[in-house]
Design a protein around this ligand. Structure first.
Ligand SMILES: *Cc1c(COP(=O)(O)O)cnc(C)c1O
Length: 353
C-alpha cells in the first residue's frame, strides 16, 4: 500500500488576524486559557507509539498507517488511561486492518467525484452545494469517508474559490452553501471571512451551514475572532458537529458550544455508527442526552460509508435498525437521530428506517 500524495496534516499556518473589537468581548470571561488552537494542531500526536505511551498502553506492532495519524491533545486528554478499547482512541488509532482489501470498500464510497461541479464544489442535492474548503482537519478519524479524496486538486482553499462562487452565483436554485472539508474551521477566520464576504454578494443564498468536528476535538478553535465572524454573518447559520460518543463532550466542549449558541448558531450533531465504539443502545442514548446538555440536537446517524480500509468499523443494518427502533421506543422523538445511508447517485441521504 503506497501512501497517497496528499499532505494530510502537514500544513503550516500563518498567524490568524485577531479581531479585537467585538461586542462579545464583554462576555468572553470563559474564553480558552490554553495555547492558541494552531499551536495545538502543531503539537498534536502524530505517532501511535507516543499516543499509546501517553495513555499508559503497551506499544503495538507498528505498520505504516494508510494515512497519517493526527490526534490533538485536547481530544487525547478525554481518553481513559490504560484502556485499549477506549471509544475515542478506537476512532483515531491506526490499525493494520486498514490495509485489508475488502470487497465493496472503495476509495469514493459516496460518489463525491461524480458530484464535482467545479474546483472544490460538490452539487449532489437540490438547493444546496458543499464546498470542500480545505483538505486539512485537526483529527484524522480512521473511518473518514474522504480519506482518499484528491484534495490537492480539488479543494477550494487558498483563494481558489472563484469557480465555486461563479457556479453558485449562476444557479439561483442554490439557497444554501455548506462549508465542509477536511474541516472548514481549519481555515483562518480571516480566510473564512473573505469567503463569506464573497458569498454575501449572492442574493439567492439564504442559509450557511458549517460541517465541523473542531468544536468537539479542538474546542479552543471557537475563539473570539471565530465568534465575531459568526455573529456578523448575514444568514442563519447551522453548524453540524460530529461527535460519536458521549465521552467526546467535556467541560471545554460545553463552553465552546455555549459560545456558539450565544453567537446565534444552531447546533446539530451527526454521528457515524461504529462497531465497538457506539453500536450499543446505552452508548447512543448517552450520546444524544449528553449532546443535548451541550445544546446540540441529533441530526443524522450514518451507517458507515464503505471507504477502503474502514471495514473493521462496520455495523450490520439489522443491528442499526434494532438500535434505532429501541431509541424510538425509549426516548423523546427529538432525541432520536435519523438513521441514514448515503448511496452514490441517490437524491438525498436515504433513511434506513
Ligand atoms: C451530506 C451532503 C449534503 C447535505 O445533505 P443534507 O441531507 O441536507 O444534510 C450536501 N451535499 C453533499 C455533497 C453531501 O454529501
Amino acid at each position: 500500500m503506497t501512501p497517497r500524495p496528499v499532505a494530510w496534516g502537514e500544513t503550516r499556518y500563518s498567524i490568524d488576524e485577531t479581531m479585537m473589537q467585538s461586542n462579545i468581548l464583554a462576555r468572553t470571561a470563559d474564553l480558552p486559557k490554553h495555547s492558541p488552537w494552531r499551536e495545538q494542531v502543531r503539537d498534536a500526536f502524530r505517532d501511535a507509539a507516543e499516543l499509546l505511551e501517553f495513555l499508559e498502553l503497551p506499544a503495538t506492532t507498528t505498520t505504516q498507517p494508510r494515512f497519517p495519524m493526527l490526534v490533538p491533545r485536547a481530544f487525547a486528554d478525554r481518553m481513559e488511561k490504560a484502556n485499549p478499547d477506549d471509544p475515542l482512541l478506537r476512532q483515531v488509532l491506526p490499525d493494520p486492518g486498514e490495509h485489508r482489501v475488502e470487497s465493496g470498500f472503495v476509495a469514493d464510497p459516496v460518489g463525491d467525484r461524480d458530484a464535482r461541479v467545479g474546483r472544490g464544489l460538490l452539487h449532489k442535492y437540490h438547493g444546496r452545494v458543499l464546498l470542500v474548503s480545505t483538505g486539512a482537519c485537526a483529527v484524522h478519524c480512521r473511518y473518514c469517508f474522504r480519506q482518499e479524496f484528491p484534495y490537492a486538486d480539488n479543494h477550494a482553499g487558498s483563494r481558489q474559490w472563484h469557480a465555486a462562487i461563479d457556479y453558485i452565483a449562476a444557479n439561483p436554485e442554490i439557497d444554501e452553501v455548506i462549508l465542509s472539508g477536511g474541516d472548514p474551521l481549519m481555515l483562518s477566520t480571516t480566510r473564512l471571512k473573505e469567503l463569506t464576504d464573497r458569498l454575501a454578494g449572492i442574493e439567492h443564498l439564504h442559509r450557511l451551514r458549517i460541517h465541523t468536528r473542531l468544536p468537539v476535538v479542538l474546542p479552543d478553535r471557537v475563539d473570539k475572532s471565530l465568534l465575531h465572524w459568526l455573529e456578523h454573518l448575514p444568514w442563519p447559520v447551522v453548524m453540524v458537529l460530529h461527535a460519536n460518543h458521549a465521552r467526546e463532550f467535556d467541560d471545554s466542549v460545553d463552553q465552546a458550544t455555549r459560545r456558539l449558541r450565544r453567537a446565534g448558531v444552531h447546533l446539530l450533531n451527526q454521528a457515524v455508527l461504529l462497531k465497538g465504539i457506539n453500536d450499543g443502545f446505552e452508548s447512543q442514548r448517552a450520546l444524544v442526552r449528553r449532546g443535548l446538555e451541550a445544546g446540540v440536537m441529533p441530526y443524522y446517524l450514518h451507517l458507515l460509508d464503505r471507504v477502503a480500509g474502514a471495514d473493521r468499523y462496520e455495523v450490520t443494518e439489522a443491528t442499526a435498525t434494532g438500535l434505532v427502533e429501541r431509541l424510538r421506543r425509549e426516548l423523546s422523538g427529538y432525541l432520536v437521530p435519523r438513521l441514514v445511508r448515503e448511496i452514490a447517485g441517490a437524491p438525498y441521504k436515504l433513511p434506513v428506517l
